[in-house]
Design a protein around this ligand. Structure first.
Ligand SMILES: NC(=O)c1ccc[n+]([C@@H]2O[C@H](COP(=O)([O-])OP(=O)(O)OC[C@H]3O[C@@H](n4cnc5c(N)ncnc54)[C@H](OP(=O)(O)O)[C@@H]3O)[C@@H](O)[C@H]2O)c1
Length: 320
């Protein structure tokens, strides 16, 4: 194996390093010691157990808060590139997410980074203007707030001239474990897999693979200036239900939840997510075409299929 001295390695500063997307990128960098890159993990708390685990595995850990521009500038200083992700579900505020995108782009510009991957999503208002009543307008000026603010945030990077790859991410299969998106027991005690996708395909991915794809992008400067969408598979609700049934050895039929019913479920973010599923359903050809499984596998040869992900994780899916 070719040995690259630490001092010659290109540093990648990684936001969300203790989380799903950033964590996958840190592990991808550390698993490739001859790849020429070093991982700089960014966290708000360098003393947390997760930060310690990152340090023990070989990452340099530094403190910054995405809401504190000066801390971001310090954290990006001297790096070759950065992985920029924001944290919508911590605050449910599109305005705050936009400000975070601005902070990240300005810090990347100040540090003269050579390659930034911005974890983004579609601004759905380009397809569903606010005047389109197929879904409600939320918070006065959004259709899918957690998508729209990420997509709107793209311009901070392009306008600042930051060499950026726009990474269109996809629904995590891990949501079936930790986001309450998995099978549910009906009043009759029987399991169903409820999802508002009708008979359309949902591009989706193992969260761990997002960072691995980002690593493939950061290794290849020809991705600068491009938009890349990723997915581990495009599956219908029925196909996911069949795969879960097989992996868990219990019959779990798919229930295509009507969009209005989902929006009315009342949990925080239900309307945002209901509109999100309707957007993915109504613009399915465009949404799927923007997330090539083949290109994702080229970027990340370890890309998991849903079946592979299930064989490692199905037992962690709560069946409640
Ligand atoms: N769930 C999905 O299916 C899905 C799909 C596509 C996109 N997304 C998007 O993914 C984003 C979240 O990414 P993720 O899932 O990787 O997050 P995550 O697993 O929840 O982890 C986020 C990490 O970011 C750090 N963090 C939180 N607030 C921070 C702040 N103010 N400053 C600096 N660091 C902060 C936290 O680390 P410390 O506590 O160590 O600081 C946390 O461990 C959301 O915006 C969501 O919309 C989600």
């Amino acid at each position: 194996m070719y040995y690259v001295p630490m001092s010659e390695k290109k540093i990648i500063a990684v936001m969300g390093a203790t989380g799903a997307q950033g964590g996958g990128l840190i592990r991808a960098i550390l698993e490739d010691p001859s790849g020429g890159f070093a991982a700089r993990a960014i966290t708000r708390d360098v003393n947390s157990a997760k930060a310690k685990a990152l340090r023990d595995s070989g990452a340099k850990v530094v403190a910054a808060d995405v809401d504190d521009p000066e801390s971001l500038r310090r954290a990006f200083e001297g790096a070759y590139g950065a992985y920029c992700v924001t944290f919508y579900w911590d605050h449910f505020s599109p305005e705050k997410e936009l400000q975070q995108a601005k902070n990240l782009a300005e810090a990347a510009k100040a540090a003269k980074l050579k390659h930034v991957v911005w974890s983004t999503l579609e601004d759905t208002r380009q397809w569903v203007p606010l005047s389109d009543n197929r879904m409600p307008t939320l918070m006065g000026k959004y259709k899918v707030p957690h998508f729209d603010s990420k997509g709107e945030g793209n311009h901070f990077f392009t306008n600042a001239g930051v060499p950026t790859t726009m990474l269109l991410t996809a629904f995590y299969w891990d949501n079936f474990i930790s986001f309450g998106s998995g099978p549910k027991k009906g009043p009759d005690g029987k399991l169903v897999f409820p999802m508002p996708m009708g008979d359309k395909k949902l591009p989706s991915i193992a969260a761990e693979d997002i960072g691995r794809c980002a690593y493939g992008i950061l290794k290849d400067p020809s991705y600068i200036g491009k938009t890349v969408g990723i997915a581990g598979g495009h599956l219908t609700g029925a196909e996911m239900a069949a795969a879960m049934s097989k992996a868990l050895g219990v019959e779990i039929p798919y229930y295509p939840v009507p969009f209005d019913m989902y929006r009315g479920l009342g949990f925080p973010g239900a309307e945002d997510l209901g509109n999100m599923f309707q957007f993915k359903h109504d613009f399915n050809d465009m949404y799927c075409a923007a997330r090539s499984v083949e290109e994702s596998r080229r970027l990340n040869p370890k890309l998991q299929t849903f079946e592979q992900w299930l064989s490692a994780n199905a037992q962690r899916i709560p069946l409640e």
